[in-house]
Write a protein that binds this ligand. Structure first.
Ligand code: MG
Ligand code: MG
Length: 231
């Protein structure tokens, strides 16, 4: 099953990323600097950012449009933390199984509903709030809990029109960009995030949008080419 392999690959990359940024013992709930790691807090705070991409405010910019691209970006942020939460409590194989099951639960629940694609802003926000509600729970992270939270995540992806393929591509692309930044002086403070007035991740999105088939190596080379022209 291709989804299974993709989930597996992302879990493995996330583990590497967490080891690099938080230390080998990140599963202990503390970083190497002793900072508390709370993946569920990360999830609900990113969900707040996600909801803020909708014109939900009744007193301000009432005519504003949903920033759906940013909703998708926040979903990919949440995915990083959801992978981490799974890996904190389950091994890689179990995590992959649970996430895959959550995807199926979400798909089934959507099939049973009548598909009205044009749900209102408030209906969409309510779907995202369900993910937030689950992330705010302090209960033990059981298999059932993780599956419920992850299926709420996939429901959120569905209302934001983010397919699993896109989630995968953007996740992989962000990983390439992180590596590119590290290779070009990010830690040393010599890296420039602004590329001729535009943020590097905006350029990255443009590059992947033009690709017919996603390739991490190709993305890295294109980034290199753009970056060499930054004045
Ligand atoms: Mg944000
Ligand atoms: Mg964010």
């Amino acid at each position: 099953m291709p989804n299974h392999n993709a989930i597996h690959e992302m879990l493995s990359m996330q583990n590497t990323l967490n080891e690099m940024t938080n230390g080998e013992n990140w599963r202990s709930g503390l970083t190497q600097l002793g900072k508390v790691i709370d993946w569920r807090r990360c999830i609900y705070m990113e969900t707040a950012e996600l909801i803020d991409s909708y014109p939900w405010k009744h007193w301000k910019s009432v005519e504003a449009k949903t920033d759906i691209e940013n909703v998708q970006v926040e979903l990919v942020d949440i995915w990083h933390f959801l992978l981490s939460l799974a890996l904190e409590h389950f091994d890689l194989e179990e995590s992959a199984g649970l996430l895959e099951k959550a995807m199926q639960v979400s798909q089934k629940s959507q099939e049973s509903k009548k598909t009205d694609n044009e749900s209102s802003v408030i209906d969409q926000v309510a779907i995202h709030e369900e993910m937030m509600r689950l992330a705010l729970q302090k209960s033990e992270v059981s298999q059932a809990y993780l599956t419920a939270l992850a299926s709420a995540f996939f429901n959120s992806c569905q209302v934001a029109a983010l397919s699993f393929e896109q989630l995968y591509q953007i996740y992989m692309a962000k990983n390439v960009l992180n590596k590119f930044r590290q290779d070009h002086g990010y830690k040393e403070g010599t890296y420039s995030k602004l590329w001729n007035g535009r943020e590097d991740n905006v350029v990255m999105f443009e590059i992947i949008a033009k690709m017919s088939v996603f390739s991490g190596d190709e993305l890295y080379l294109s980034l290199k080419q753009y970056y060499s022209q930054v004045g």
